[in-house]
Structures are given as structure tokens and as C-alpha cells.
Ligand binder design. Structure first.
Ligand code: TRP
Length: 350
């Protein structure tokens, strides 16, 4: 069996190959990616993946985004606020430049034919393969929740998301690569066992920087270290003010030694297009207070047009509902077509 690093290198090579092809024939690719509607999108999502989605959309790739509402209950017992989270997620997407004419936006729960793929797909994976997925294990531990059947099998559900629309590229961070490998295996096994229906999708490793939370830890709403796109300027200022730095006055960029200061520098760097070192040397002895003022100003300036569009969209909720309803209609058509092919390949036509 290939070691983990060998697998990674093979995936990286595939990703690079696809990137070269993408530059030449963007229109021949279908992207699928998505988010769990557990809260508001934040700057980490924005720089980590939203920008990349907009770029692929604008380049002419067929782009699809699933709002993974069923995935919310993989590791929690409640669907509280889910409708509100879904609506705000659509608003965030549109405010960031996702164009519903070109990108299909839909929710799991509205597309039954997508979910039906789960049954044949589950027959293509073994218990030990499911238990071996390192991301599932890490997520279960972080949640402090029991390993539910849905958490254990959600990578298969993601395979349904990707394959129902014959997605062949999935922009991902490194931690999501095991899921892509599982999806490829499911596609391959289905094609071998029945008939060639599915592509083997490639994980497109995004070059985007991983934006740490304001305290240097992983950016997460639950740590209170994430700047939501929907936050007001004042909320943003307050959050940045609260960020823990250190007692050294001179500002320097040192990710290991000074995680708090460095996270602030990276945030400002992304918002301004400058380098961390450049900003650090400009602030110099003025200290953390001056750095925070600069971060606040640059983040609020960067997000101003997005927040302005957000406010406009918020005033037209019927339009947001229509965008989602239309995405759900289109996804249902696509899913039904694929499910028909699957049943045909399996001889289940009566
Ligand atoms: N798991 C992803 C997240 O946590 C969301 C998601 C659902 C997804 N289905 C997907 C991502 C399919 C890529 C492909 O945000």
C-alpha cells in the first residue's frame, strides 16, 4: 500500500497537471465544492476558498456549490438557526462575486436524487476504509461527540455531492484530500462494476494562504477569532482589539514565536496585498496598538464593497430565496439524470 506521503505526492502531481489543462480549457471542467451552514462565512473562508471559486467561475469553469445542510448534523444534535445560516450563506456568496447565473447553488436536503446515490455508493466502501479516514477521526475528536453513522459515512456523502454533477475538480485544502481519494475510489469501483458513468475527480490544491485566526490558532467561530464577512466595522474593530498579542513592543513577523502578532500581520497582508515583513517594519516600535489599528482599517476597507453588496442583498430576501430555489431545481434535474444513468448501469430499470 502507498504511504501517506506517496499518496500526497501523487495527488499534488495530478493537481498540477489539471491546473495546466485548466488554463487552456476551463470550459471542459466541472467544479463542485461546498460549505456546512453552521454559521457565517469568515475571512478564512474568503481567502481560503471563496476567491478561488470566483476565479474558476469567471474563467469559464462550470461551477457548483453545495450548501451541505445534512452535513451539519454529522457532529451535533441540533439544526438550530439552519434556515438563517443557509440564507446568509447565499448572501455571502453573492456579495463575494458568485454569480447565480453561472454557478449552481443548492442545498442537500432539496435534492433527493443526489442523496439516493448514497445507497449504491455505500456498497462500494468497506468498514475499515471508512474507519481509516484521518479527517473523520480528527473531526470526531474535535467535536467531543460520538462517532455517528453520518459522520463516519459523510465522505461517501461528499462523493455523492461531487459525482452527481460529474464534478471533476474539487478545490481543497490538504486535509480534505483523503475525501477526494475516497471519491475517486467510489467512482472507479462503480465504473468497473457496472458501466462507466463517473469521472475520477481531482483535488485542486489551492495555493491560497491559510489565514490563521486572530490569536494564531485555527480560525474558527467557536474560538471567537474569526472576522465574519457580515460583521460590522465596529464588531470587526472590537474583535481585533481583543486579539491577544505579546509583551514585546517591536512588531516582527515570526509565526512560531509570536503567533498572535503574526496572525494580525497576515490578516493585514491579505487585505492590502503587502507582505507581512513590509507591514511589520513600517509599524516597528509603534507596538501592537498601532498594528491593530492598521489591521482594522485595512480589513474594513477591503470588506467595504462586499459588505455594501451584502446590505443590498439583505433587503431583498425574496430574490435570495429565488436564487436558491432555482439552484435546487437545476440540481434536481442534474441529479435525476445521473440517477437514471446509475439505475440503468445497475440494471434497475423496470
Ligand atoms: N465538508 C465541507 C466543509 O466542511 C463541505 C462539503 C460538503 C464539500 N460536500 C462537499 C466540500 C463536497 C467539497 C466537496 O466545508
Amino acid at each position: 500500500m502507498a504511504s501517506e506521503s506517496q499518496t500526497f505526492l501523487a495527488q499534488k502531481a495530478k493537481s498540477d497537471e489539471v491546473k495546466a489543462e485548466l488554463a487552456e480549457h476551463p470550459e471542459s471542467f466541472t467544479m463542485l465544492t461546498g460549505d456546512r451552514p453552521t454559521g457565517r462565512l469568515h475571512l478564512g473562508h474568503y481567502f481560503g476558498t471563496i476567491i478561488e471559486r470566483v476565479r474558476l467561475q469567471d474563467a469559464g469553469v462550470k461551477t457548483n456549490i453545495v450548501i451541505a445542510d445534512y452535513q451539519v448534523i454529522t457532529d451535533r444534535d441540533t439544526t438550530e438557526h439552519i434556515a438563517d445560516n443557509v440564507m446568509n450563506m447565499v448572501i455571502d456568496y453573492l456579495a463575494c462575486g458568485i454569480d447565480p447565473e453561472r454557478t449552481m447553488i443548492f442545498t442537500h436536503s432539496s435534492v433527493p436524487a443526489l442523496n439516493q446515490l448514497m445507497l449504491p455508493f455505500l456498497s462500494l466502501v468497506s468498514e475499515s476504509e471508512l474507519l481509516r479516514n484521518p479527517t473523520v477521526k480528527a473531526e470526531q475528536e474535535a467535536s467531543g461527540h460520538a462517532l455517528t453513522g453520518l459522520l463516519l459515512t459523510y465522505p461517501v456523502h461528499q462523493a455523492c455531492d461531487i459525482l452527481f454533477c460529474k464534478g471533476d475538480i474539487v478545490p481543497v485544502g490538504k486535509d480534505q484530500l483523503p475525501h477526494i481519494e475516497q471519491t475517486r475510489q467510489i467512482a472507479r469501483r462503480f465504473n468497473e462494476r457496472y458501466a462507466k458513468v463517473f469521472p475520477e475527480p481531482v483535488g485542486l490544491l489551492t495555493e491560497s494562504v491559510l489565514l490563521p485566526g486572530l490569536d494564531g490558532r485555527k480560525m474558527s467561530k467557536s474560538y471567537g477569532n474569526a472576522i465574519a464577512l457580515s460583521a460590522t466595522d465596529e464588531e470587526t474593530a472590537k474583535l481585533i482589539k481583543k486579539a491577544r498579542t505579546d509583551s514585546e513592543r517591536t512588531i516582527t513577523f515570526d509565526v512560531e514565536g509570536r503567533p498572535g502578532v503574526s496572525a494580525l500581520l497576515t490578516t493585514a497582508a491579505l487585505a492590502t496585498g503587502r507582505t507581512e515583513e513590509d507591514i511589520a517594519s513600517e509599524i516597528g516600535d509603534a507596538g501592537a496598538g498601532a498594528l491593530k489599528a492598521y489591521v482594522t482599517e485595512s480589513v474594513n476597507a477591503y470588506l467595504a464593497p462586499i459588505r455594501e453588496r451584502r446590505r443590498e442583498l439583505e433587503r431583498d430576501l425574496p430574490y435570495i430565496r429565488e436564487v436558491l430555489a432555482e439552484g435546487n431545481r437545476r440540481a434536481t434535474d442534474v441529479a435525476q439524470t445521473t440517477l437514471d444513468e446509475v439505475r440503468e448501469a445497475m440494471g434497475m430499470v423496470y
